[in-house]
Write a new protein. Structure first.
Length: 202
């Protein structure tokens, strides 16, 4: 299996993928050069686009944290009021304020017109959640780094794997995929709705 960050071999790390919100990864890469800014993480052919939130060199290796997308959803947006507008407008403003791009499969809110809408001062992520709560949707940053906004669905996936542990008390499965396929969040695996995926890289 091949794990790379900007072409440098990933020695170890953990990838965290929620079905709602932003994915991130804590990684150690075999690089004597600093890695910063927008980056591409490749895990056996599956590509993740994100940005270095923090990182640096330690003993000839790079260690740091990657966050999905532009990594600016914590940006504080000013309060703003809207009169008789489609919710697509405050959604677009929130994305723009965080330097995020919408995933092409996102729900079109052009026809969802509200008489008034007030965005309180706060993080862009809060503005997105405010709209999602109103429409009954969710949002998450995709592996490609775009932001998906729409209904939460759990399509079935077919992945060959070896079951390592079934923790019924916590509703979690630990598996070892028999192929390089990475199970994604917001899917259904053998009747199990996958809401969060933690992938150990070693």
């Amino acid at each position: 299996m091949t794990y790379e960050l900007e072409g440098f071999a990933v020695i170890s790390g953990t990838l965290y993928e929620p079905s709602v919100g932003v994915w991130h990864a804590e990684l150690e890469a075999d690089s004597a050069e600093d890695i910063a800014g927008p980056v591409t993480l490749s895990l056996d052919g599956v590509t993740f686009s994100g940005v270095v939130q923090r990182g640096g060199l330690d003993g000839g290796r790079w260690m740091g944290r990657i966050t999905g997308g532009a990594g600016k959803l914590a940006t504080v947006l000013p309060a703003k009021s809207y009169i008789s507008c489609p919710l697509a407008l405050p959604l677009s403003d929130a994305l723009s304020g965080a330097g995020a791009s919408a995933d092409s499969s996102s729900r079109d809110l052009t026809g969802a017109v509200v008489p008034a809408w007030v965005r309180s001062r706060g993080a862009a992520s809060h503005a997105l959640s405010q709209i999602a709560d109103y429409t009954g949707d969710i949002w998450r940053v995709t592996r490609a780094g775009a932001l998906f906004f729409g209904a939460q669905e759990f399509p079935a996936v077919d992945v060959d794997y070896t079951l390592v542990d079934n923790d019924a008390a916590n509703g979690s499965l630990t598996i070892a995929p028999d192929t390089s396929a990475l199970v994604a969040p917001a899917t259904t695996l053998d009747g199990f709705s996958v809401s969060y995926v933690t992938t150990a890289i070693a």
